[in-house]
Design a binder for this molecule. Structure first.
Ligand SMILES: [Fe+2]
Length: 200
């Protein structure tokens, strides 16, 4: 059984200021993300115990806890990697070409992604869909609702209130703008290349 652990942030807690404050990043990583890691571990322990005992009464609820906390853990891990104090700008190379091919233009992709981020009750994701072999934007509620099975996130933006309310109040749009100032496009390009290597 895997014992999931909280990965360290790939930069200091104050490294993303002023886009994200040291206080918010500390709470978000150390408390919220840690909570999803703990929740995933305990849900998996419960499933294991139920299998050993042959008693599956609490198993469906534990399965829900696996997807809620597992998606929370995985998406937060990607979210941290998707940002950098040296971030910002626009995608380059193969990813830029693919965004233009699949969305029409960078501006059209960005407008669609921002619409998802403005409306989501969880996350806006840029994903690679290996069935259709195309990039898509998804609007995800909580951590695991309105997912597209099989798709691989390559850019994740957390729009839960714990992600921005302390810094921006109800002005989620300013937080989304600030996120674009710190996007680590190299990390997105790396994830995209991994998808190409596997599926194309
Ligand atoms: Fe979060």
């Amino acid at each position: 059984m895997t014992n999931h652990e909280l990965p360290p942030l790939p930069y200091d807690y104050d490294a993303l200021e002023p886009s994200i404050s040291e206080q918010v990043l500390t709470w978000h990583h150390d408390t919220h993300h840690q909570g999803y890691v703990n929740g995933l571990n305990s849900a998996e322990e419960e499933l294991e115990q139920n299998r050993e005992n042959g008693d599956f009464e609490s198993t469906p609820a534990a399965m829900e806890n696996v997807t809620h906390n597992g998606c929370g853990h995985y998406l937060h891990t990607m979210f941290w990697e998707n940002m950098s104090p040296n971030g910002g700008g626009e995608p380059e190379g193969d990813l830029a070409t693919r965004i233009e091919a699949d969305f029409g233009s960078y501006e059209a992709w960005k407008g669609e992604f921002e619409a998802a981020a403005g409306a989501a009750g969880g996350w806006a994701l840029l994903v690679y869909d290996p069935v259709a072999k195309q990039l898509r934007n998804l609007k995800v509620d909580r951590h695991d609702l309105h997912a597209l099975w099989g798709s691989h996130p390559i850019l994740a933006l957390d729009v839960w209130e714990h992600s921005y309310y302390y810094d921006y109040g109800p002005d989620r749009g300013s937080f989304i703008d600030a996120f674009f100032d710190v996007i680590n496009w190299e990390s997105v390009e790396d994830e995209y290349q991994t998808c190409l290597d596997h599926f194309e």
